[in-house]
Design a binder for this molecule. Sequence first.
Ligand code: HEM
Length: 447
Amino acid sequence: MTPTQAESIADQARAAGCPVDHEALRAAMTGGGADGSDRHHGYEPFQMKDPFVAYAELRAHEPVMYDERIGYWVVSRHADVKAVFDDWETFSSENAQAPVRERGAEASRIMKEGGFTAYSGLSARIPPDHTRLRAIAQRAFTPRRYKALEPTIRENTRRAIERMLASPERTGDFLADVAFDIPTITILTLLGVDPEMVPTYKRWSDSRAAMTWGDLGDDEQLPHAHNLVEYWAECQRLVAEAHARIAAGDAGDNLISDLVAAQQDGAEITDHEIASLCYSLLFAGHETTTTLIANSIRVLLSHREQWERIVADPVLVPGAIDEVLRYSGSIVAWRRKALVDTEIGGVAIPQGAGVLLLMGSANRDADVFADPDAFDITRADARGHLSFGFGIHYCLGNMLAKLQDRIVLEETIALAPTLRLQDGADIDFRENLSFRVPTSVPVTWEA
Ligand code: HEM
């Protein structure tokens, strides 16, 4: 983040009523506090390449730190992160989908005139709306649906891996060649959307991640604003289409039809709420799973002996997935808002304050995980990670995400056991507040 961008974010935070300490801000931008120390313990909110050293510093020295650059209280210890997630009456999720960087005037105009009125499907809804909608949505996320999807996911996975292995140079990018498409095809199929739309949904999803959790200047926002208008119009069209199909007696076996049918059977859910759920699922349903798959391959291959172990004994795959989620989660930070004057870990938090929960740090907390920086696929308590959140908003798609990762790992082990990272691969990560996404996973293999 440039000093100008940091200052601008701070101005917005101040305008939103968050106390901004401009002295500290200037000091932070020039690399340290007034006494020469690093005010933020090395924490850079949008830097995802290697945040773990800074996380450890935060946990050790200032586990609840006000970061005036973004206007959030940054919480880094496992016990505190979990406690905040668990206390929805004090800490509301209503800010979970709010743009970190306020929308510029032109982007706002494009979205308003384009009829963009999407709201969070579930994650930023609060009880009683959240309770009502989650109960209805949950009915559509059945194990029967997952089971029915498994052969298709496996077939798609095999095809993608075989396509990659056909490279005469024996090089590929596991993220682009395999991880990118699989979860997107799955969620589109689940919602009854044409899988040919994958590139379009990926484009829209990139825009959603950048516009909500990114650090964009006003001009950079414009193409994304257009994308979000298109994306929302399509979600509304899908709901209208489901109504028409049901009226024609051809509902089809998919989640949108289920929700519309539930509405027609008396469930309390509006078309706008169904379209908002589509808007959420068509993003949440693949973005983070693409990252999980990419991270699973990246982390396992960079711990070669553990890759060899799952190749020899694929029964170890489910444990490896939980350890990847702990060690290198797809979402490392998530937001809450204090509804009353309260405290976290003994630090006073004022009513209305934004709270940034660092799950990526909580997952490396030595108070919970022994030798937390070691990657160990046989770790017994890896499932204590907070990568899917905790409490009433606990990720609705966690089983689907793990199912897909398991299938991809099983098929990769079978088809490409000699897979390894390309020599000297220095993998970068996109700048973002919450989503820790590698830009590529360059791989090679034996003939
Ligand atoms: C590795 C993959 C995934 C990760 C890391 C992930 C992570 C998360 C996190 C951190 C939350 C917020 C939890 C909270 O506020 O306590 C969440 C909520 C949610 N996730 Fe996921 N997710 C993943 C995959 C999926 C998939 C595949 C779907 C859908 C098919 C999905 C649908 C949802 C929904 C609907 C919510 C909101 C739940 C609520 O507010 O009640 N997620 N997820």
